[in-house]
Design a protein around this ligand. Structure first.
Ligand code: WT7
Length: 648
């Protein structure tokens, strides 16, 4: 049995959390399970600003998602920016909403709620003036500047649907997303800055938009003043269009189930899916989980160092914290610039009380030694969060002992782009923790473990992680393809939402995520589909076939291992491997690279021609002795060659 860590006194005392103990947790969870409608209606009426408060809870169910889609609060109307901005600008105008930590330490600035309100109104007026209407889509391709959050909120304010594309993605990836959602407007910046490295965001966006006629206008924030390509008549500077707009704007009334945003994410097969989150349920769920899990207090300084290009940035840099009237940090840089002490320097300078990052960063920083941490004053810290991948107990212990000096609670938060917000995690002042476990479900989340036959596992055991009942934050559909939504999430195990993760439940009912059980890999907290890698690789003229799998990596969590069958006459080399990584960068983005290439005579296939991915995985995991039954292989000699040439 692993160690249990009680909640440190500092985290327990002084809270005004609705959940302060395991008893209150159990009663909230029971209430949410027995009467989900009432639980969430009470929650949303209390903490979200509605124009027409809803009287309806959930409708639809997981058994027939295609004919009876999930809705929450369907008769309510609202504009979520009134929850995120207007009420706080009225109640505490001078409270800092956004602390911007610029790439170079000390060059950032703060934005108060009053200023945020003015700037969101200006941006909303500018976007309307450019012709963007309710229900239309805007792509946001930016780095971590305050204007990224302002652009998201401005879209929401006019009822337009944003889709943020992470600033590491390639022109090809942007074009795919522009086409898929039929975007009318692109919002970008001249250049992004990360550790003094300039990323030519505007020029990449321009490449993406060549020949794309749906996009009528491009709004460009000037961040560095670097040279950019420019299309007269289409492109507009933010400081001209937004800077000169009126600071007054009446938010557009939206239905609870109107789409708020689309966020693309990778799955096992095909191109990334545009998951759709809707206004009422998403804002209800993100504000609730943010306030509860992190135990938000009035004077907290909250820093989530993720990027707005991913769901973590949407839910826990922008929407959740702002809905709660919190002070939220936006971090433009990287954890190792100017050195590996950057996060703790940030904590000291801004007196950060809640800090939220990914296990990969914790592992990378732990490897640099404790001096980078202990050099800075971390006495302000109270809650330390992690997200994105399983955290190994060693990294957990380092975070707890060295960074938090045993005074902070660690909240290991399990969730997904699809869940909208945190689904399994400790509630800081209430839940005793165990290193490596995401602990217990949020009220309203009913995790179920199923075996491969779909049988429910009760008590301790390990299986596929599914969820039994809709919660408000669940993504409602895949943009333009509701059937795909049904097929991907609700057909593997009928009647349940299937997460794609494996999971163990211990004797205390604690959950331990074991990682993906599908063909999705998680590299440094970035979710990628092996099929996307494979299709990019085979587009290279030297490649005949490619099989891509993940393998355990000490810092990144998973590394990417590619088996490549070359075209006749081509020979494998270091140079070719480099060239293939450039192809991946061009087709997917800077964050997509293969760590290990193995050139092989063929891929292991069954006699019917199906690639046996299990074999590729076992070899890449360094366990060729566990290949299992290979008698169905068409050509067993291929496996011998693969095992003999293994790169590990
Ligand atoms: C996948 C979702 C949720 C925001 C960031 C990632 C993995 C996420 C944890 C955790 C173990 C985790 C899962 C999940 N994951 N958090 N605390 N422990 N695994 O969002 O890109 O949609 O990826 O990330 O495998 O399915 P995402």
């Amino acid at each position: 049995m692993s160690d249990v860590y009680p909640v440190p006194d500092r985290v327990r005392i002084g809270t005004n959390n609705p959940i302060t103990s395991m008893d209150t947790y159990r009663s909230a969870a029971a209430h949410a399970q027995n009467d989900p409608d009432q639980f969430w209606l009470d929650e949303t009426r209390r903490n979200v600003v509605w124009r027409t408060p809803p009287t309806l809870g959930v409708s639809g169910n997981f058994r027939n998602i295609v004919d009876s889609p999930i809705t929450w609060f369907a008769d309510g109307t609202l504009n979520i920016t009134e929850s995120c901005v207007d009420r706080h600008a009225a109640e505490h105008p001078n409270k800092v909403a956004i602390v911007w930590e610029s790439d170079t330490p000390g060059e950032g600035y703060n934005i108060t709620y009053k200023e945020l309100h003015q700037q969101v109104c200006q941006a909303a007026n500018a976007l309307s003036g450019m012709g963007l209407k309710k229900g239309e889509r805007a792509i946001i391709y930016m780095g971590m500047v305050p204007e990224a959050a302002i652009a998201m909120l401005a879209c929401a304010r006019i009822g337009a649907v944003h889709s943020v594309v992470f600033g590491g993605f390639s022109a090809e990836a942007i074009r795919d997303r522009v086409r898929d959602c039929g975007a009318e407007i692109v919002i970008t910046q001249d250049q992004g800055l990360r550790g003094t490295k300039a990323i030519p965001l505007k020029n990449i966006a321009d490449q993406a938009l060549q020949g794309e006629s749906s996009v009528k206008q491009v709004l460009v924030v000037q961040r560095t003043g670097g040279d950019v390509t420019w299309v007269d008549g289409r492109d507009v500077w933010w400081h001209d269009a937004v800077g000169n707009a009126s600071t007054e704007h009446t938010a557009v009334e939206c239905a609870a189930e109107d789409p708020l945003f689309i966020l693309y994410t990778s799955g096992s097969t095909g191109k990334p899916k545009g998951l759709v989150h809707t206004c009422g349920g998403y804002i209800t769920y993100t504000q609730y989980t943010h306030r509860t899990v992190f135990d938000l207090r009035d004077d907290d300084v909250y820093a989530c160092v993720a990027d707005v290009g991913w769901i973590t940035g949407h839910s826990y840099i922008v929407y959740g914290p702002l809905a709660n009237g919190a002070t939220t940090v936006m971090f433009e840089s990287v954890p190792t610039f100017p050195d590996a002490g950057r996060y703790w320097d940030l904590v000291e300078r801004h007196k950060v009380t809640i800090f939220y990052t990914a296990p990969t960063a914790i592992r990378a920083l732990a490897a640099q030694g404790d001096a980078f941490v202990t050099k800075y004053d971390r006495s302000s810290l109270r809650v330390l969060g992690t997200v994105g991948e399983p955290i190994n107990p060693d990294a957990w212990e380092w975070y707890y002992n060295v960074v938090g000096e045993r005074r902070c609670n660690i909240v290991d938060t399990w969730w997904q782009t699809e869940t909208g917000g945190i689904a399994i995690a400790p509630i800081a002042p209430a839940t005793p923790t165990k290193p490596g476990s995401a602990t217990l479900p949020m009220p309203g989340i009913l995790p179920v473990l199923l075996d491969t036959d779909g049988e429910r596992i009760t008590g301790p055991g390990e299986g596929r992680l599914c969820i039994d009942h809709p919660w408000p934050g669940l993504a409602r559909t895949v943009w333009g393809d509701h059937d795909r939504y049904g097929a991907v999430y609700f057909t593997t195990f009928r009647g349940y939402y299937f997460t794609g993760d494996g999971c163990r439940r211990d004797a205390d009912g604690y959950y331990w995520i074991t990682g993906r059980v599908d063909d999705v890999i998680n590299v440094s907290g970035h979710r990628m589909g092996t099929a996307e890698f494979e299709s990019a690789l085979v587009s290279d003229e030297s490649v005949a076939e490619a099989g891509v799998v993940g393998y355990p990596h000490p810092i990144k969590g998973q590394g990417v291992y590619a088996y490549i069958v070359l075209q006749p006459g081509v020979t494998g080399s270091e140079a070719l491997a480099k060239e293939l990584n450039l192809t991946l960068r061009r087709l997917i983005g800077a964050h997509a690279r293969v760590d290990l290439y193995q050139f092989v005579p063929g891929l292991p296939k069954t006699r019917s021609g199906k690639v046996m991915r299990r074999i590729l995985r076992k070899v890449a995991e360094g366990e060729p002795e566990k290949l299992g039954d290979i008698s169905t292989l068409a050509d067993p000699s291929v496996v011998e060659a693969i095992v003999a040439g293994c790169k590990l």
